[in-house]
Design a protein around this ligand. Structure first.
Ligand code: G3P
Ligand code: CA
Length: 282
């Protein structure tokens, strides 16, 4: 495995006057080096949210592996994008209606071979849904983790469990947390202000950024993660002027990457960690 370690996200705490007025540091003062985030691992090439997919993203050059979090009936954090197991396993029903043992019996890889024959691989058959604990145990400090709290209203103790697990594995400096839920991020910032947070934004029409948005986000977040199709140069410039990181999702073409990089984004989520990693490093 390629030994690439991206360290020192937390280099610049309390510098450049970046602290908010609260007693906790404003994470907008974190490093703004451009990062490639392996969206659900290397999900163009391998079944999303499996250890193989994460490992491939890392080997292909992603700086972070992206993990969407759900929780089982018995309170175990697991990596899965959807609320249900239907699309990415051979089971059905909601994640929260399965115990971790039941979830572990499902085949989380064969669906990919059927849907994406170009990248099908017998190795993908009968892969299992990983728990977050297993992912941390497998990769340790070798990778950086970009973790999303999904459906936090369904799982009221998700944030607490997540922070506990990050602390237990001594991974504070290897993690970014993202969420569409402002409430979830504010809760995490209050409990563990050292973790950089990204406010995800699901604009349904071309986005405008306002001064009040910026003031609000800077209270708890290091940056924002908008849909790349909804932003323009003025949006990115305004966010960057305010010191916010900008990590658009999900960027899968060179043309889009080039445009976004010219505008000054500080990273992208991509299903193709290999091609984009090569592009931005040129
Ligand atoms: O987390 C960024 C991006 O992944 C958000 O969209 O639906 O793929 O989680 P989604
Ligand atoms: Ca996500």
């Amino acid at each position: 495995m390629k030994k690439k370690i991206i360290l020192a996200w937390v280099l610049l705490l309390y510098v450049n006057g970046g602290c908010s007025k609260s007693v906790t540091p404003n994470p907008s003062s974190f490093s703004d080096s451009f990062i490639v985030i392996g969206h659900r691992g290397a999900s163009a090439y391998a079944p999303e949210h499996t250890i193989i997919s994460y490992q491939l993203a890392y080997e292909l050059g992603a700086d972070f592996i992206e993990i969407d979090l759900q929780m089982t009936k018995d309170g175990v954090l697991v990596a899965m994008h959807d609320n249900t197991v239907d699309r990415t396993t051979n089971g059905n029903g909601s994640v929260e209606s399965h115990s971790v043992e039941e979830l572990k019996r499902l085949d989380a890889g064969s669906w990919f071979n059927k849907n994406f024959p170009l990248y099908a691989d017998s190795e993908y058959e009968f892969l299992t849904v990983p728990t977050l604990e297993e992912i941390f145990a497998y990769f340790g400090k070798e990778v950086n983790y970009y973790i999303e709290t999904k459906s936090p209203d369904k799982y009221p103790d998700m944030e607490e469990k997540l922070i506990q697990l990050i602390r237990k594995n001594d991974l504070i400096e290897k993690v970014i947390i993202q969420s569409f839920s402002e409430k979830s991020l504010i809760q995490i910032h209050a409990a563990e202000p050292r973790i950089p947070l990204i406010q995800l934004l699901s604009y349904q029409s071309p986005a405008k950024i306002t001064e009040s948005d910026i003031i609000k986000w800077k209270e708890y977040a290091a940056g924002i993660g908008p849909n790349y199709q909804m932003i323009d140069k003025a949006y990115v410039k305004a966010a960057r002027r305010a010191g916010l990181l900008v990590h658009p999702y999900t960027v899968n073409s060179k043309k889009d990457l080039d445009r976004l990089m010219k505008w000054g984004v500080t990273g992208v989520f991509t299903d193709f960690a290999d091609s984009l990693s090569e592009e931005w490093k040129k």
